[in-house]
Unconditional design. Sequence first.
Length: 233
Amino acid sequence: MAAANPVRRSFALPKLEAAGARFEALGDFQIAVSYRNAADEMATAKRMGLADLSPLPRVGFKGAGTCNWLQSRRLKIPEAPNRAAPQTDGALALRLAREELLLLGGLAEGAPDPGDLCNRWQVARTKPRGYPLPRQETHAWFLVSGEAADSMLAKLCGVDLRPAKFANLTVAQTSLARVNGVICRQDLGATLVYHLLADSASACYLWDCLLDAMTEFQGGPVGLTAVRALPAT
């Protein structure tokens, strides 16, 4: 059951509530932290899990000077487009083009908000330095985990996402269930994991497509608590 009067909610809120999500406050958002008992949920996350991370912070930057300016802020920039680079604070930088990056906030509790870079951009005197993009509002963020994750996604995406073909920290900008999106592989511990980012207006539709595709793998929704536990397993 959702907490009373949250300030901001997930793009897929009706689907999460229907699945029995338990919510907790995360800044001015409510995020689904669990759906059932911890042991069952961890087993699902390792086998075939789907988590909504849309309430977690993210931000984009684009335009001439973007990479140089972000490097001056001590961000590690991937060497080429369609690659990702983990940051020391747990964030993940996805390089979508020569001068375009998408920064995903870290999954751990208390991880810094990459959106704070927008404040630094406002007062910076460096030119050119690109410009920020409001990815928090434009893109839903789902996470798919588990040993069958690549097989499930093969039903919805034409890119070969098998681990032998799609290396860890690789990014694909492609169509997922006929929705334009971004897919990034970032394994957590021994668990195969893919981040999925797509148009926020399509969040409920994409959630349903993913759940339907994972039925044969005995998959289901998992909360943030299970996702945070994956690196230690």
